[in-house]
Design a protein around this ligand. Structure first.
Ligand SMILES: C[S@@+](CC[C@H](N)C(=O)[O-])C[C@H]1O[C@@H](n2cnc3c(N)ncnc32)[C@H](O)[C@@H]1O
Length: 234
């Protein structure tokens, strides 16, 4: 089984542990790879929809891992009990949905050894939530797969690690990745500049709300340009 670059980047952040839950597992590739390669002994492959779960089940049976990977149907973390697994993986959903899944079951979330999150959209929403709500960043990463950037967060809940010092624009680009001089960070900033330029050009109305929206996009663009210049100088 050959994993995509995006899924490999999740595996690269995983520490050995006894068990994981993969919420929104779909094909089940993450639990299959993790168990097959001894990263964890057992796993729960969980999904809200029957179709994806059937796909996962088929792949798990094909790999002869039915006694080590358990398929469960349900939304978010409703399929696992407190302390049933050591680590949580959620990938391929929007940042808003991932945030809501964490919030819905925060008491379970607080106890995981580590949590790996890879939003498919709106990573900035998730970053703001994590930084402001007592999640310690263990690591962050970015990868590019089939021309699309994906951000990754490896975090752990630690009481009182709230970071309220950031500006709204700081959630767009990870301060952690800038400090780490991630090899893709400049490309990512340039990609975001083009993205927000496009959004700005789409705002054509001349209403108060449109002017406000344009101003906030311009603030993000100014910050991104500032970061770009700093990185080019360093
Ligand atoms: C795009 S797939 C991502 C699959 C895999 N995690 C990956 O990254 O390749 C999203 C999966 O999340 C499932 N999903 C959506 N909302 C969910 C929720 N609230 N709880 C659990 N699973 C959910 C969908 O059924 C779908 O299988």
């Amino acid at each position: 089984m050959e994993l995509s670059i995006r899924l490999k980047s999740i595996i690269n952040l995983m520490d050995s542990c006894s068990s994981i839950v993969d919420v929104g597992t779909d094909h089940g590739y993450i639990p299959i790879y993790a168990v097959k390669n001894g990263i964890c002994k057992t796993a729960i492959a969980s999904d809200i929809n029957s179709g994806p779960l059937k796909k996962a089940e088929k792949n798990i049976v094909n790999e002869e891992l039915k006694d080590k990977i358990y398929c469960r149907k349900g939304g978010g973390l409703s399929t696992v009990s407190v302390d049933e697994v050591e680590a949580l993986i959620i990938a391929g959903m929007g940042g808003n949905l991932i945030r809501d899944i964490l919030l819905e079951d925060i008491e379970k979330v607080k106890r995981y050894e580590y949590i790996i999150l890879q939003p498919a959209q709106n990573p900035e929403v998730l970053r703001e939530f994590l930084y402001k709500n007592s999640f310690e960043v263990i690591d962050e990463d970015i990868c590019i797969d089939e021309g699309k950037f994906y951000e990754l967060f490896k975090v752990k809940y630690i009481e009182d690690v709230k970071d309220e010092s950031k500006e709204d624009t700081d959630y767009e680009i990870s301060p952690y990745l800038i400090k780490k001089k991630h090899p893709l960070i400049l490309d990512y900033i340039e990609y975001k500049i083009l993205y927000y330029e496009k959004i700005k050009n789409y705002i054509l109305e001349d209403t108060e709300a449109a002017r406000e929206r344009k101003n906030s996009v311009q603030c993000i663009l100014n910050r991104l340009e500032e970061l770009r210049k700093c990185l080019l100088k360093s």
